[in-house]
Design a protein around this ligand. Structure first.
Ligand SMILES: [Ca+2]
Length: 207
């Protein structure tokens, strides 16, 4: 019976042994910017969206509500479409990371309104890459269809370049609320692990 209890304790510990650290991304929700209603497009090289380096051609920064942006942002007032007017474009920033540590990237994505289609976002973190994609019907103000995406990567450098790209020229994915957090052991489960080890050690001593 004690054997089973100890095994169960270790299984519970392994299954719940992760938590997530602080967000490493600067301005991941695009709420800090020098955007004005009259300038929707943000050209490559612009520093009007602090934290991000903009490359390619142009991106669209949307502020809710406006005639160009009838759907609510997922977080705050602002969201970004990388396939600008015209795109394509990319955004990137350097993240301070620990070599060998694991991180989780999470963001919210929806599709360009007025055109139901499959949209995709190319994601790079250091030398690792993935693609977030899906089919969206036309987002509408009452149903912006924000979906959550996440992906784990391992840092191979003290500086990891996070880069998000959309290869569409005009219409594409819309993104918001970008976060990168370290995967770290959770103190409460570390305590459970300690209890498990203590129980196992006690059993061995009694034999
Ligand atoms: Ca936002």
């Amino acid at each position: 019976m004690l054997d089973n209890a100890v095994r169960l304790l270790f299984v519970v510990t392994i299954a719940n042994s992760f938590a997530f650290g602080a967000n490493l991304v600067t301005n991941g929700s695009f709420e800090t910017n020098s955007f004005t209603q009259s300038q929707l497009g943000v050209p490559a090289g612009s520093n009007s969206v602090p934290g991000w380096t903009i490359a390619g051609t142009d991106l669209d920064l949307y502020r809710f509500p406006s005639i160009h942006d009838p759907w609510p942002a997922q977080d705050g007032l602002y969201s970004v479409q990388l396939a600008g007017t015209p795109g394509p474009s990319s955004i990137q920033q350097d993240l301070a990371t620990q070599v060998g540590a694991e991180y989780v990237l999470s963001l919210f994505m929806t599709g360009h309104p007025f055109i139901g289609a499959t949209w995709k976002l190319d994601v790079m973190a250091g030398s690792e890459a993935t693609v977030f994609s899906g089919f969206w019907l036309d987002p509408i103000p009452s149903d912006p269809q924000w979906r959550s995406f996440s992906w784990r990567f391992t840092a191979t450098s003290p500086i990891t370049v996070l880069k998000l790209s959309d290869t569409n020229q005009f219409f594409g994915a819309i993104i918001d609320n970008i976060q990168v957090t370290a995967v770290v052991p959770e103190p409460s489960t570390l305590a459970l692990a300690g209890l498990g080890l203590a129980a196992a050690a006690l059993r061995l001593r009694r034999r």
